[in-house]
Write a protein that binds this ligand. Sequence first.
Ligand SMILES: NC(=O)c1ccc[n+]([C@@H]2O[C@H](COP(=O)([O-])OP(=O)(O)OC[C@H]3O[C@@H](n4cnc5c(N)ncnc54)[C@H](O)[C@@H]3O)[C@@H](O)[C@H]2O)c1
Length: 326
Amino acid sequence: MKVCVVGGAGYIGSHTVYELIEAGHDVIVIDNLSTGLKEAVHKKALFYEGDITDFGSLDKIVAGESKKKSFDVVMHFAAKIVVPESIKNPSLYYYNNVEGVRTLLDVMVKYNIKNIIFSSTAAVYGEAKDGICTEESETKPINPYGETKLASEKMIGWFAEAYDMNYCIFRYFNVAGAHKTLEIGLLRDNLTHVIPVTIQTALGIREKMTVFGNDYDTIDGTCVRDYIHVSDIAYAHVLGMEYIVKKNVSEIINLGSNQGFSVKEIIHEVEKHYPVNYEYGARREGDPAKLIASNERAKKILAWIPKRSLSDIILSDLEFRKKHKN
Ligand SMILES: NC(=O)c1ccc[n+]([C@@H]2O[C@H](COP(=O)([O-])OP(=O)(O)OC[C@H]3O[C@@H](n4cnc5c(N)ncnc54)[C@H](O)[C@@H]3O)[C@@H](O)[C@H]2O)c1
């Protein structure tokens, strides 16, 4: 299939491009390089620098490509994703994340592209009551980032109804790890995700890390989250795309591992390789004690199960960070 990946120079998008190419698909990447890296785009994908909030630039790229062969599927990764930044600057998040999706959908309508895969997030659930999220759990985001993803999900639903499109919306939990080639991984300034922060501390890139809260009602008092390897996430996109195109249906699917690990367990896992200098700090506002995905639907519909364990995730991120330390 011919696939347009917007945001394909970013962390999850670039891994998905690798999986799509390995599965034999024809990939075009559009990215404004605001947080992505051109070097992260697979050599066999065709890259265009462009912004999805700009109808004119998107229209020009899609028109040119459609003359060669029409797109079968669009995959959207082109979002801003930093929660504290979204609280400080909601306008930027609504513009980039919601207006960007609307513009993209308008272009899809114009060129009669019928299938979209959309990256959503566990943040749409907010503080899930018992900490386990199924796709039917109440959606109640607690920050602008989560709100923009939920608004985009709903907009995609309405466009699908109006223009006879199919969608697959994936709600990811905590994504981590790097590609097996160690060519791509999570490279970004001011990382906030717990696995890379712990590994940066272990490698001496950070002097110390803070564990936010050790008095939660969890096995050891620290927050419990569901961690999933980025290549497992990326592969699910190939399956999701093939599924909605073949069956002519739409789905919303969680991508997680069905199990949770505490921050202390992450630190212990990293400490199997290197010591970690950490201290306890106060809880962060809006951090639920536990957030775990039910991945039953992904198993049932896509026959998808994560292949990589927590120790695989940590080892791959560790090796990647060692290789790209400078
Ligand atoms: N990283 C996670 O743990 C996580 C968890 C849940 C959901 N998600 C979702 O996954 C998607 C990808 O996240 P990521 O971690 O790869 O982020 P990322 O910042 O690495 O990737 C986003 C990519 O989109 C590009 N981009 C942003 N705005 C654009 C625009 N207007 N036009 C064109 N390109 C644009 C950026 O340059 C970047 O390459 C996002 O939609 C995010 O909401 C990520």
